[in-house]
Design a protein around this ligand. Structure first.
Ligand SMILES: Nc1nc2c(ncn2[C@@H]2O[C@H](COP(=O)(O)OP(=O)(O)OP(=O)(O)O)[C@@H](O)[C@H]2O)c(=O)[nH]1
Ligand SMILES: [Mg+2]
Length: 343
């Protein structure tokens, strides 16, 4: 029998960040020394790219915007990305899955992400976009964001939307910078969790073919997080995931779900499976549910849950049902969700 190097059969993954927010997210993952995915930052803004750590950086619009940014105009950024599309293609070629990150509402991320998504799909990758939706106070940016999300809907397989406002509604006293950090940690954790569980041996491995079956041409999706510890931690984890207000949507129509569970050395397959069942109870009867679980040495007694539900329609910009509710508990939950090692 000939020896086969099974590493050759592991899915190849890359994270591409477009614009300021996307590049910041890439920087965050690069700094955390993510091993399961290549990091690529794309921007029209040379100065910002210089400050970012990434395996690869691409300045787009070298001949058009000349490294000075897109000035808030998505159409300028779309042209810049198209002008340098060959360089983008060279960088993203050969990956099975691309996580594409961008803040919607500015110029570069909004305009270039759909162009990058299209190229990545043409190169054969499964394209999962993680985008942020602007704060209400960024009024004029919402129209641009809506446009960007619509374009991504046509070009990416799945678009997971994280609304900046939701963070403020349950952690209202957070400074803008800290709010950004929290929002970015959610996407970074999700990406790292999925990548690591696809790539490294895990308590319950995620299989790329399964991820593809949930994420291929899946439309908009929502992500929710939960946490549980101490007595009854499994039920606590389930409840906090179901109550998580990052996106207010009914998940009963949800078509498919990817569930990721992580916990300390004592986490059992039975507990992970119970959580998977609990957080998907309300989904469509025929929903395709896949899940993976990882042991995380630093987690101690804590179990963390991430659920991505596809085929749901988010109600963007409608504020949160949690406004005005005491948020102490959620704030501390968020803090413990923020560490990158957790998933
Ligand atoms: N979560 C998070 N959101 C951010 C961050 N920076 C900006 N945003 C949000 O993302 C939107 C787009 O901002 P940027 O990513 O800076 O914009 P850009 O894509 O670089 O666009 P231009 O600079 O206009 O070319 C903003 O409206 C904010 O809502 C960040 O570091 N974290
Ligand atoms: Mg910028």
């Amino acid at each position: 029998m000939t020896d086969i190097d099974y590493k050759d059969f592991v899915a190849r993954l890359a994270v591409v960040g477009a614009g300021g927010q996307g590049s910041n997210l890439v920087n965050r993952l690069y700094s955390s020394r993510i091993k399961s995915a290549t990091t690529i930052a794309v921007n029209t803004d040379a100065k910002h790219l210089n400050m970012i750590g990434a395996d690869k950086k691409i300045l787009i619009g070298k001949t058009t915007t000349k490294g000075m940014g897109a000035g808030g105009f998505p159409e300028v950024a779309a042209k810049a990305a198209s002008a340098d599309i060959e360089e983008i293609r060279d960088a993203i070629r050969g990956y099975d899955m691309i996580f594409l990150c961008a803040g919607m509402g500015g110029g570069t991320g909004t305009g270039s992400a759909p162009v990058i998504a299209k190229a990545a799909k043409e190169e054969g990758a499964l394209v999962v976009a993680f985008v942020t939706y602007p704060f209400s106070l960024e009024r004029s940016r919402k129209l641009k964001a809506d446009w960007g999300i619509e374009q991504l809907g046509k070009n990416a397989d799945t678009t997971i939307i994280i609304e900046n406002d939701r963070i403020l509604s349950y952690a209202p006293n957070l400074q803008m910078e800290k709010a950004f950090e929290l929002i970015d940690s959610i996407a970074a954790n999700a990406i790292k969790g999925i990548s690591d569980t696809l790539t490294f041996p895990s308590l319950i491995n995620l299989d790329f073919a399964d991820v593809k079956s949930v994420m291929r041409n899946a439309g908009t999706a929502v992500i929710n997080l939960g946490i549980g510890s101490g007595h009854d931690k499994v039920n606590k984890a389930i409840r906090s995931t179901l109550d998580h207000p990052l996106l207010e949507v009914g998940t009963s129509g949800g078509k498919n779900a990817l569930i990721h569970v992580s916990g300390g050395a004592s986490l059992t397959i039975e507990e992970a499976t119970r959580i998977g069942g609990g957080v998907t109870e309300n989904l469509d009867e025929n929903a395709n549910v896949i899940f993976g679980a990882r042991l995380s040495p630093d987690a101690g007694d804590q179990i963390k849950v991430m659920s991505i539900i596809t085929g749901v329609k988010p109600m963007l910009g409608k504020g949160s049902r949690l406004s005005g509710r005491s948020s102490n508990n959620l704030e501390s939950n968020l803090d413990s969700l923020a560490g990158l090692d957790g998933f």
